[in-house]
Design a protein around this ligand. Structure first.
Ligand code: ADP
Length: 358
């Protein structure tokens, strides 16, 4: 069992509902193991600026149900420089922080690897509303963001049906269409446009025209923010105009934007945050580091951060020369199989939408 005197927790990159629940779980579990815990304020910039607070069981009270992050977050470019990194390491030494639990996305995990390589063992917990970390089936915040998105689309449905309108709704997700696709399915949308699957605009416009003629009132189309026109414009707003012109159905456009990042986390996110937070501390206590805590087939597992980052690039077709060199052929095959599985999940959901959006 590894001996830690003090661990630090930080939240970095984009915020996600459930981050607080994870902070609470990490802090309470570590304190229960007799380890001191500090919170690092504002992501990696808190390590550079020595913005550090002690955490006690009471200081993480009443945060399990709150969105955002009590430790605040930041995008800290200085941390990516050698000078910034050295300041961060010096802060860890000065405050006797033996290990770090970093909550965030892939950028945050790169930072955690850099810390581990410089002698501060670090573990990552995947927190992002986009669910765009390939190594894990699920990221903290995804379920809450989808539920908030679904409720907002439900509200638009009421008014769309009343007025016999169409509403194109742009939702977050960056290059990942899962929020758009799953909320389209769950809110009974007539179509979804996501970066991963080719979209047939004419087919949708023809279908809306036919459905409107045959008595359907109210149409919802969910578009992922990551879908752009060839000249780089966000596609959702463009599509709304084309649907209006092509169908004669009055069509509004709504951009939900950051509103779905906030709010109280769902039960699913709170539970996952608690499981992953506890697992992160256990992992460190077992003497392991440089791993990200993942959920795979319903089980909490540890995945090497380097493996997770390259699996991600494999799926996103962003591999750089030599990326696979450090891995055994079986591991590379595993990454490719995982990428296939992720693609198949998206295509399956897309097909399901096509079958049910009549
Ligand atoms: P996310 O973690 O949500 O992907 P970012 O990509 O913005 O968000 O990364 C969060 C922070 O992690 C950055 O602001 C930076 O401080 C740190 N970071 C990102 N990339 C690296 C890297 N290559 N090396 C070290 N730190 C990094």
């Amino acid at each position: 069992m590894a001996k830690f005197r003090k661990i630090g927790i930080l939240t970095s990159g984009g915020d996600a509902p459930g981050m607080n629940a994870a902070v609470r779980a990490v802090a309470r579990k570590a304190l229960d193991e007799g380890v001191e815990v500090v919170g690092i304020i504002g992501g990696y910039s808190g390590l550079i600026n020595e913005n550090i607070i002690p955490l006690t069981p009471r200081s993480v009270s009443n945060i399990i149900s709150r969105g955002g992050t009590m430790l605040y977050t930041d995008r800290c470019l200085e941390f990516k420089t050698e000078e910034g990194m050295q300041k961060a390491i010096a802060t860890c030494r000065a405050h006797e922080i033996d290990a770090i639990v970093a909550l965030g996305g892939d950028g945050t995990f790169r930072g955690a690897t850099d810390l581990t390589n410089r002698g501060i063992p670090s573990v990552g917990i995947p927190c992002t509303i986009d669910n765009d970390i390939t190594a894990t089936d699920y990221t903290i915040g995804f379920d809450s963001a989808m539920n908030t998105t679904m409720h907002m689309i439900d509200c638009l449905r009421d008014t769309c049906v009343s007025h016999a309108r169409c509403n194109v709704v742009e939702v977050m997700g960056r290059d990942c269409g899962q929020i758009a696709l799953y909320t389209a399915l769950a809110s009974g949308a007539v179509g979804a446009v996501v970066p991963e699957v080719p979209f047939d605009e004419k087919e949708l416009i023809d279908r809306i025209s036919t459905l409107a003629r045959t008595g359907k009132r109210g149409f919802l189309v969910v578009v992922s923010e990551g879908v752009l026109t060839p000249d780089g414009q966000k596609y959702g707003e463009v599509l709304a105009k084309r649907i209006a012109d092509g169908t004669g159905v009055e069509t509004k456009f709504a951009r939900l934007a950051h509103v779905v990042r906030g709010g109280s986390p769902t039960l699913r996110d709170r539970l996952t945050a608690t499981k992953m937070g506890v697992a992160a501390v256990e992992t460190l206590m077992e003497g392991k580091s440089n791993v990200v805590i993942c959920e795979v087939d319903g089980k909490i597992v540890e995945t090497d951060i380097n493996y997770a980052l390259i699996a991600d690039r494999t799926y996103k077709n962003k591999l750089k020369p030599g990326d696979h060199d450090a891995f055994a052929p079986e591991q590379v095959a595993e990454m490719r199989a995982l990428a296939e599985r992720r693609r198949a999940e998206i295509v399956e959901a897309y097909d399901m939408l096509a079958h049910t959006s009549k």
